[in-house]
Design a protein around this ligand. Structure first.
Ligand SMILES: NC(=O)c1ccc[n+]([C@@H]2O[C@H](COP(=O)([O-])OP(=O)(O)OC[C@H]3O[C@@H](n4cnc5c(N)ncnc54)[C@H](OP(=O)(O)O)[C@@H]3O)[C@@H](O)[C@H]2O)c1
Length: 252
């Protein structure tokens, strides 16, 4: 049973849906993001609605200080975290090679280094207790060659698959959640043009999270929400890389 979950990027989109669904189940929460005012609003709302304890940590996960603050919380043995949701993320509008390298560094830190540090702290702490769960929010983009964002998400999928197998014996379940286009603040924040994305390709954050939590209970290493994206990701994994790269020019 999950008593306390730590969710990064819990103020909007998929992370916020995790916070709401877990609070509804009676799970205490530790919420992480950069915007303190918004974090406190979400915390107050969930405490009132579900009588759960909600703690907030303001942290920029693209910085070493931010990562350390959250990793330290995960390592606290007196207040254990049973479920880590590595969700915080963003993307750049431009393709790798046309963007500023300093921005790419921040992306690498946010999408790879931060989840790596938090996973490390969580695994060390959970192994001692013999149980725990980790959800790494990746993307179906991980199955397509599509620049740096896809490469970062592919890293997350690969390590999650391995960790799911490697740590099963000590009671830790690790999952890579791989959504397709999901209605959140993500595309608006990156300034992406999404008007030509067909309606059928859009998922709801609530459905994405519901499927992920169900798949976690089943111990699945990869959760791809919806039948349409299950089919698309299977095709993408087996088709020639150049063809997939050509088709997958759009979206993150
Ligand atoms: N939406 C999609 O179509 C889609 C598809 C596949 C995968 N994903 C993945 O899903 C995850 C969640 O994305 P979303 O769509 O829910 O995005 P979103 O609605 O833009 O929410 C992003 C969340 O992450 C936090 N965040 C962003 N940068 C941060 C930083 N440097 N440090 C700490 N927190 C930070 C934001 O809060 P603050 O701004 O206050 O920090 C916010 O709570 C991401 O990993 C994304 O790559 C999204």
């Amino acid at each position: 049973m999950t008593r306390t979950a730590l969710i990064t990027g819990a103020t909007a989109g998929i992370g916020n849906a995790f916070a709401r669904q877990l609070a509804r189940r009676g799970t205490h929460l530790v919420l992480v993001a950069r915007d303190t005012v918004r974090l406190e609003q979400v915390a107050a709302e969930l405490t009132d609605a579900h009588r759960v304890e909600v703690e907030v940590i303001t942290a920029d996960l693209a910085t070493p200080q931010g990562m350390d603050r959250v990793a330290d919380r995960l390592s606290e043995s007196g207040r254990p975290i049973d479920l880590l949701v590595n969700n915080a993320g963003a993307s750049l509008a431009g393709w790798f090679g046309s963007t500023a390298i300093a921005d790419e560094d921040r992306q690498l830190d946010l999408l790879v280094r931060a989840p790596m540090h938090l996973m490390d702290a969580a695994i060390k702490s959970m192994s001692g207790r013999g149980r725990g769960g980790i959800i790494n929010v990746a993307s179906v983009a991980a199955f397509t060659p599509r620049g740096a964002y896809s490469a970062h998400k592919a890293w997350l999928v690969n390590i999650s698959q391995w960790a799911n197998w490697h740590y099963a014996d000590v009671g830790i379940t690790v999952q890579a959640l791989c959504p397709g286009f999901t209605r959140t603040e993500f595309h608006q924040r990156m300034g992406a043009e999404i008007g030509d994305v067909p309606k059928w390709m859009w998922l709801k954050a609530d459905a994405v999270v519901k499927g992920s939590l169900r798949d976690l209970e089943r111990g699945k290493a990869i959760s791809v929400p919806s039948l349409r994206y299950k089919v698309l990701s299977t095709v993408a994994r087996h088709a020639p890389a150049t063809l997939v790269a050509k088709i997958a020019q759009r979206g993150r």
